[in-house]
Design a protein around this ligand. Structure first.
Ligand SMILES: [Zn+2]
Length: 108
């Protein structure tokens, strides 16, 4: 396999067109930026412990994950809809749900 220089590989990365980039779910109205969310996650971390509820990992950043995602109508501040996950488990779950949503969303 031929080696690719950093310059060659970087040349293949297109610059981000900020005119079409969206803020997505991280807009100022986003639940994740609100005090209620941060307070709820702090409370859940105190109650459940700072460990991933899927793999049990500790000593890492823990994310509050909506079991039933907000895009799919999940309750944003219901503790029963929130799992505490490590970054790896959170990324895996998010990618899986996104793939399912993409398959189920008809293309235009
Ligand atoms: Zn995990």
């Amino acid at each position: 396999m031929p080696k690719m220089s950093l310059l060659t590989s970087c040349a293949k990365v297109r610059p981000l067109d900020v005119a079409i980039a969206s803020l997505g779910s991280k807009s100022p109205d986003c639940v994740y930026l609100k005090r209620e969310w941060r307070s709820l996650i702090s409370c859940l971390l105190a109650q459940r412990g700072r460990r991933c509820e899927v793999c049990g990992r500790t000593g890492c950043r823990i994310f509050g994950d909506h079991i039933h995602e907000l895009k799919d109508g999940g309750a944003p501040l219901d503790p029963g809809n929130i799992r505490l996950l490590c970054g790896s488990c959170h990324s895996t779950k998010t990618a899986r749900v996104r793939a399912i949503r993409t398959r189920e969303t008809p293309t235009r």
